[in-house]
Design a binder for this molecule. Structure first.
Ligand SMILES: O=C(O)CCC(=O)C(=O)O
Length: 249
């Protein structure tokens, strides 16, 4: 089975080796600096679209291997729309991510998207790595309500009603720093609290295709930043932003 066939069957691929050890060493301090400037409370869910003005985050969002992964999911023409960090700190043990499907509130037409989840720290069951329900993308869009459990990191506290999910089928997504997973925008996923003494940080890099008409995002309350990263646009539905430029270091 090809990686694309596996992705289409399961709704995900894991693990993908993205960063070399030298790249990991270079990027190790990048999020730490953002966290210091912003504070942990904000950094856990508030680092949104920073690849537009941070050269190091742009290097990650536009990394050749990240784009290769996006093409496995979406085909030759890929559009970067957003980046966002999910961070769970060891001293904030109630924080979790409720079961959800990314596309629910995105207003994409057609509903096509894929996310590369790049591990900024080592992530495992103990520190609350991501979990997915294999094959759940085939169920299409599921209803979402509000979680009654305190600590949901999702922006509008969304959650798929638990009676619609078979949690016993969930697969854990452990990764080493610099590795990534790839998941479909309709794959049901979430994550448990961080019960370790270690931070759990991941960068989501979100992609779609030029065919998709983008509505204003109802979720992050910030705009999509569509950029054509690979391939071409045969549809003319989206006004792409130019790639950001940064002064040479
Ligand atoms: O990092 C997590 O636990 C959840 C990530 C997530 O919901 C996403 O990548 O869409």
């Amino acid at each position: 089975m090809t990686p694309r066939e596996r992705y289409q069957q399961t709704g995900y691929l894991i693990p993908l080796d993205i960063l070399t050890p030298a790249e990991v060493a270079h990027h190790r301090g990048v999020f730490d600096r953002i966290e210091q400037e912003m504070g942990k409370e904000k950094a856990q869910f508030g680092v949104i679209q920073k690849h537009l003005d941070n050269a190091d985050l742009w290097a990650l969002a536009s990394h050749e291997k990240v784009l290769d992964a996006a093409q496995v999911a979406l085909g030759p023409d890929v559009v970067l729309v957003a980046t966002h960090f999910f961070v769970k700190y060891p001293d904030m043990t109630e924080k979790f991510v409720a079961w959800h499907q990314d596309l629910t509130y995105w207003g994409f037409d057609p509903a096509v998207a894929a996310t590369v989840w790049l591990a900024i720290d080592d992530v495992d069951i103990e520190n609350g790595c991501m979990r997915v329900i294999p094959g759940s993308q085939k169920r299409g869009q599921l209803p979402h309500g509000k979680s009654t459990r305190p600590g949901n990191l999702l922006s509008i506290n969304q959650e798929i009603p638990l009676e619609l999910i078979d949690e016993s089928a969930a697969i854990d997504f452990p990764l080493r720093v610099g590795q990534a997973s790839l998941h479909d925008g309709l794959t049901v996923h979430g994550s448990n609290p961080n019960l370790s003494r270690r931070r759990r940080c991941g960068m989501t890099i979100r992609f779609t295709t030029p065919e998709v008409k983008l509505a204003p995002d109802q979720n992050f309350k910030s705009s999509w930043a569509p950029m054509l990263m690979r391939g071409s646009d045969r549809f003319g539905r989206t006004k792409f932003m130019p790639w950001p430029t940064f002064p040479a270091k």
